[in-house]
Write a protein that binds this ligand. Sequence first.
Ligand SMILES: [Zn+2]
Length: 416
Amino acid sequence: MNDHNYNTGFLNYCQICYSKDLLEVINLGYQPLADDLIKVSEFNRECIYYPIKINLCKKCQYLQNNYIVGDKILYNKNYHYRPGISKSVVDNLRMLANETIRNYDLKPEDLVVDIGSNDGTLLSQFKYLGHLNLLGVEPTGTYIFHKDHNINVVNDYFNLKSSQKINSKYGKAKIITTTNVFAHTNKLGDFIKGIKNIIRKDGIFIIENHYLLDVIKKNQFDTFYHEHLRTYSLKSLIRLMELYGFYIYEAKTSDRYGGNIQVHFTLQKVNRSSNVNKILKIETAFGLDNPKTYLKFNSNIEKIKIELFEYFNKNKSKFIVGKAFPARASIIIHYFSFMKDYLQFIAEQPTSLKIKHFVPGTNLEIKSSNLLLKNKPDIMVILAWHLFDVISEKWRQKGLKKTNFVAPLPRLKIYK
Ligand SMILES: [Zn+2]
């Protein structure tokens, strides 16, 4: 197969250049899907486990999961995630809409297509700023929320076939965005050909994703969940898109969600922004082209695992809880598997839909954080570790004066 379209199952070659010369960076074993939460009342249902093994392609400079679960299983009508309910995500999407309109002199009648538009939040920001020619493409059940914003949506997977229908009904787009989708799709070739099919000659294709350099720098092995088939560097994105005739125009990095990259491509030969070469230089200076960087990453994770085990073991008579359950916390709990035995429960804010569910594949229950002030835990492990300072300060002030707050990543940290 040499069309960048992959089926469910194992892959022993690079998803971009097909090289078999891959370096195993970390093997997280078999794990349930990170958002396959089981209701306490249906405790006898079991999760299905799939492998997560992360390989480096030395030629392309990115990481890939060597097992593909498949779009139909991951993105169906029961998909839980919705950006519209998180204020920080909405703010970021508003900024993206704002910058796009300003930088590309977008006219109200220019078509904007958002692929993997989820509940229509990004498009609603364009609409708020006066743009009316908008189209979402969303395969999961969240597509119905486009109605709330009165925005057109195609309820389908984006690929060559659906792009043909879009082209004949809506015409070509000036702007195509895709946030946290391009690392996920397994029919990658079809996806890019579809973009080519619906983009204007002067159009811009904007991709936003989690970013390889931040993942390695901050030991974020918890971003390797089944949905993330690829963790791109800028170099790898350019290599892939050039195969399809796209030119890089702009690139930006940010701290959002633990580290993000935004990349703009176009079909016209253009002078690339100076940011592009700046970021490429940073990638090389950091050592993303050096396999040793990834081996060091692996040994960092193993070191954290041992330190955390020893810490728990020393404190096994204490009352220990976990705090917050973003999907990535499931990866931490399964890879640091001893955690299941030490944590009494995981606390989530009282309005969370995850309460009265078990962490996938365990009998560790997610309960309301109202219990924390009653139980006054000795130790609170903050699983949303990228928000460690905010969460620990908040609970200290709420009354947990003697609790020790622990972050597992980017390295073991204890705040007494
Ligand atoms: Zn490759």
